[in-house]
Design a protein around this ligand. Structure first.
Ligand SMILES: Nc1ncnc2c1ncn2[C@@H]1O[C@H](COP(=O)(O)OP(=O)(O)OC[C@H]2O[C@@H]([n+]3cccc(C(=O)O)c3)[C@H](O)[C@@H]2O)[C@@H](O)[C@H]1O
Ligand SMILES: Nc1ncnc2c1ncn2[C@@H]1O[C@H](COP(=O)(O)OP(=O)(O)OP(=O)(O)O)[C@@H](O)[C@H]1O
Ligand SMILES: NC(=O)CC[C@H](N)C(=O)O
Length: 559
């Protein structure tokens, strides 16, 4: 029986589908853990596949490749160095499981399967995995390790079973995506399990962006009295050693990192930065290009892009038309200068005039309306895509959640592009975060210190500048009103009557409800963006496009 164990926790950034790359990453982490004197290295959920592999798991050759890679890593452990706990898909008896394997002494010495497959919000695990049986602990060098996998600790059953069958420490590999206030939620869940079982718990989480999901790492440990044993940082890759001793009342962590996590705004900013950086990096783009209008949305997207990729990999383009004001020209250029990015001007007048000229015989003397406004937006979208085609950068789109909610955007116009870092941020949050970034430069951000979004951009009235004197508030309620109504409708599924009871005007609420439902067709064609809220427009809120349902008016409900 041993009374001391050194466990290295690896919060790394695997790439979905890159089995060879993830194997190499696991080997490097193991070498680092060996250098630290670890007995055991813990890697995250489905590490060898990258989380979340989704329907890749339905492909037998992919699962075989994962299993082969795990066996290769197992063979490495014949060298007497640290054993490894690694997550992998595992096919056995006609079923595929989300598994964790213990690799030691040159072989796969134990396997446990995930029991609770999450099937809500962004998760669809019941679609691709079979649930495992309730597990018992894994015996490792005389210690009984309980290894629940991520969702397995979100209810009490699995941990209760592990505790009853003699587990001494809970080690939880996770692929737990971040969204606002997620860390508090995880900590509460973990404390509940520790309180019930009186077992210490090690929570190891993945890092990095995967399509719309962002993983923050922020791995931690709890002592058996639920006090914090160690805390790893958010958004930093790390292999951290923790030391544990067996005493009369069980195992206790005696050494480990104790980082402080950032506040909510910093975590949102870091999520946007890491999400864009990984989307661009993992898909292999040299950089990004975006239209810089002198408005707040494109300015904050440029700042996020520079923090993610550095100024040399961000190209900003002003695309002026006759309605573009001198103030917009000055603000866009000042923003580009503050960020240190390449800035070009490509006027769209000739392109728009060309379309209007071609359409003149058809449109005859019909009055100008949004058709002509949208031609401006589409000319901009076409120019940006041409720059992408010619030089290779991906186009960043800039529509915030308020605009995506009500369809305040043009299909094949400003919606053209590959990825949207602010898709899940309401306009009021865009303003708050822009001001926040001007006062803070969080760790790991490559952009400059100080004001990166000129003050005038934060204070002027938002406008699409598609016709003279236009402001957003010609077509939309003030953003604080709009965002409150939207957040009631989208995040909380409140009824129109409940929203009106909060003090909003009935006609406005009905109009916004209608705009929200009608714009579903646009959202289905919109580029993906980073999930920041509990309820994003990707996987979380899946409304039908054809949808005649509208809430009854409060008066109708009363009668
Ligand atoms: N259910 C449905 N399924 C599939 N397609 C559907 C559809 N309903 C309409 N459509 C199609 O969509 C078209 C209407 O959508 P779309 O062409 O986008 O045009 P639309 O939504 O009419 O106009 C764009 C709106 O975005 C605003 N805006 C705000 C800020 C910035 C910008 C900008 O562009 O920079 C624009 C602009 O003021 C205007 O209100 C229809 O003509 C039809 O072809
Ligand atoms: N004159 C312009 N030059 C370059 N890009 C533009 C221009 N006008 C619009 N765009 C692009 O189209 C997007 C939608 O812009 P628009 O100004 O119409 O509305 P917005 O949502 O208020 O955005 P912003 O706050 O960035 O102005 C902008 O974020 C920008 O990427
Ligand atoms: N991978 C998982 O099982 C994730 C689900 C889990 N409840 C979480 O969000 O953290």
């Amino acid at each position: 029986m041993i009374n001391e164990i050194a466990i290295a926790c690896a919060q790394l950034n695997p790439i979905v589908g890159d089995v060879a790359g993830n194997l190499a990453m696991a080997r490097k982490a193991r070498a680092e853990a060996a250098g630290q004197g670890a007995d055991l290295l813990v890697l995250t959920e489905l590490f060898i596949a990258g989380y979340t592999p989704e329907d890749l798991v339905l492909k037998p050759s992919f699962v075989e490749a994962c299993q082969d890679a795990v066996r290769e890593l197992a063979a490495d452990t014949a060298d007497g160095g640290p054993a490894v706990l690694i997550g992998t898909p595992w096919h056995e008896d006609m079923s595929t499981y989300s598994a964790v394997c213990l690799l030691e002494e040159g072989k796969v010495s134990a396997i446990r399967y995930k029991v609770d497959l999450p099937n809500y919000g962004p998760f669809d695990e019941k679609r691709v995995f079979t649930a495992g049986p309730l597990p018992g602990p894994i015996s490792f060098r005389g210690i009984r390790l309980g290894v629940p996998i991520c969702e397995d600790i979100w209810d009490d059953e699995v941990v209760e079973c592990l505790e009853e069958t003699g587990a001494e420490i809970l080690i939880v590999p996770n692929g737990s995506p971040w969204w606002k206030h997620k860390h508090e939620l995880r900590l509460n869940i973990a404390v509940q399990r520790v309180t019930e079982s009186r077992l210490p718990l090690i929570y190891v989480n993945q890092l990095g962006g995967q399509d719309e999901l962002i993983f923050d790492g922020a791995s931690f440990g709890l002592q058996s009295d639920s006090s914090l044993a160690f805390q790893m940082p958010a958004y930093v890759e790390a292999v951290s050693l923790t030391r544990w001793s067996r005493g009369s009342d069980g195992w206790r962590c005696t050494e480990g990192p104790m980082e402080t996590l950032e506040d909510n705004d910093a975590l949102i900013w870091l999520a946007c930065v890491q999400g864009l950086r990984d989307y661009v990096g993992k898909t292999g783009f040299p950089g990004v290009v975006l239209g810089l209008s002198g408005g707040i949305d494109s300015a904050i997207c440029a700042a996020i892009a520079v923090d993610a990729l550095g100024p040399d990999r961000v190209h900003c383009v002003m695309l002026p038309y006759r309605y573009t004001s001198n103030a917009s020209l000055a603000d866009a250029s000042a923003c580009a200068e503050a960020l240190g990015v390449r800035y070009d001007t490509v006027p769209i007048g000739e392109a728009v005039d060309g379309f209007e000229h071609s359409l003149k015989p058809l449109f005859d003397s019909m009055p100008a309306d949004t058709t002509e406004e949208n031609l401006q937006s589409r000319a901009r979208g076409t120019v940006l895509m041409a720059i992408s085609n010619k030089f290779g950068p991906m186009v960043v789109t800039t529509g915030n959640k308020s605009e995506m909610s009500v369809g305040y955007s043009t299909l094949y116009g400003d919606m053209n592009g590959g990825f949207n870092p602010i898709k899940d941020l309401y306009k009021t949050e865009v303003y708050r975060l822009a001001a926040w970034r001007n006062a803070n430069r969080p760790k790991g951000c490559i952009g400059p210190d100080g004001i990166v979004i000129p003050e005038t951009i934060l204070t002027k009235a938002p406008t699409a500048e598609l016709k003279p004197g236009q402001t957003d508030q010609d077509s939309l309620p003030p953003y604080d009103v709009l965002d409150d109504i939207l957040s009631c409708l989208v995040e909380d599924e409140m009824s129109v009557a409940e929203i009106v009871a909060r003090g909003h005007d009935l006609a406005t609420v009905k109009r916004i409800e209608n705009m929200l439902y009608v714009a579903e067709y646009k959202r289905r064609q919109a580029p993906p963006g980073i999930k920041i809220t509990r309820r994003n427009f990707g996987r979380d809120r899946r409304y039908p496009i054809v949808n005649k349902y509208r809430d009854a008016m409060p008066a109708e409900q009363d009668s």
